[in-house]
Design a protein around this ligand. Structure first.
Ligand code: BEZ
Ligand code: FE
Length: 270
């Protein structure tokens, strides 16, 4: 079936591609090298990874630049649907001796007019303290540090987890080769992933980052937004009769109940 959007985007891409060929003197060998590298990307199963590291953030910035509320950022390739439902307040599924420091992450969820959003479904997932995701790294039980919970009657939540580690994208395949070409390291700052689904409205995909992280300014995936950075506060466990110190972090979220992208520019038709 004919798809006009595909036709329009393809035609637009050809115009921009021809400009790049001229501007950067792309010769036939360069073109062939690009095709070979894209072939390797597909064979290695790295197309979602590559797109999410190098393009998703830019697409989102354009899509949501004119809307209110908490800023969206990268979903990334590591989201898994239907992970275990946990209580609120509660704890993400984790190993008995989960490495890392305990973190109590709390937040409030409101609409853009300040009304609390009770019973909002929240998917949360993250890397462990070593920067590795369950389902994608060996030796970690499925659903580790992944769960779903619902905001309480006042739109609040508090979830116990661990402080995530910095994450490195894989460097031994074609995405790693690309990083060498552009002379960039492979790291993302430590982050928590959140996907909000309010009872009446569209979803918000976002992430939380922590002040002081060495990769905030040079995230390989450029996913950091200033408004999504919060403080990791350290607390003495001894004061509460606990064996270990622990951390808290908090962020308030504002959901657009219609968070469709808003494109302001007039559509130019030839
Ligand atoms: C992430 O946020 O975990 C992520 C984003 C893009 C590529 C890989 C991972
Ligand atoms: Fe991530």
């Amino acid at each position: 079936m004919k798809n006009q959007k595909v036709i329009d985007v393809y035609n637009g891409l050809v115009v921009k591609f021809k400009e790049l060929v001229c501007e950067y003197e792309i010769d036939h060998n360069d073109y062939q090298a690009l095709v070979d590298w894209m072939d390797q990307l597909g064979r290695a199963g790295e197309i979602p990874l590559f797109m999410d590291v190098f393009f998703e953030t830019h697409a989102l910035q354009e899509m949501y630049k004119s809307v209110k509320g908490t800023e969206p950022t990268i979903l990334g390739p590591y989201y898994i649907e239907n992970t275990p439902v946990v209580q609120n307040p509660g704890m993400l599924p984790q190993r008995e001796n989960e490495p890392g420091d305990a973190l109590y992450f709390s937040g409030s969820v409101k609409d853009v007019n300040g009304n609390p959003l009770a019973n909002t479904k929240i998917d949360m997932w993250q890397a462990d303290a070593n920067g590795e995701y369950s389902y994608f790294a060996e030796g970690i039980p499925n659903d580790n540090l992944r769960g779903v919970f619902y905001t309480d009657a006042n739109g609040n939540f508090e979830i116990k987890t661990v402080v995530p580690g910095n994450y490195s994208i894989p460097t031994d395949g074609p995405s790693g080769q690309f990083l060498k070409w552009i002379d960039h390291h492979a790291f993302r700052p430590a982050h928590l992933h959140l996907l909000f689904q309010p009872e009446n409205g569209d979803r918000l995909v976002t992430q939380i980052y922590f002040e002081g992280d060495e990769y905030l300014e040079n995230d390989v995936a450029q996913g950091v937004r200033g408004s999504l950075i919060t403080k990791l506060e350290k607390h003495s466990g001894a004061e509460k009769g606990l064996k270990n110190d622990y951390y808290t972090a908090h962020l308030d979220f504002e959901l657009r109940l219609q968070d469709k992208p808003v494109f302001n520019k007039a559509v130019v038709k030839n």
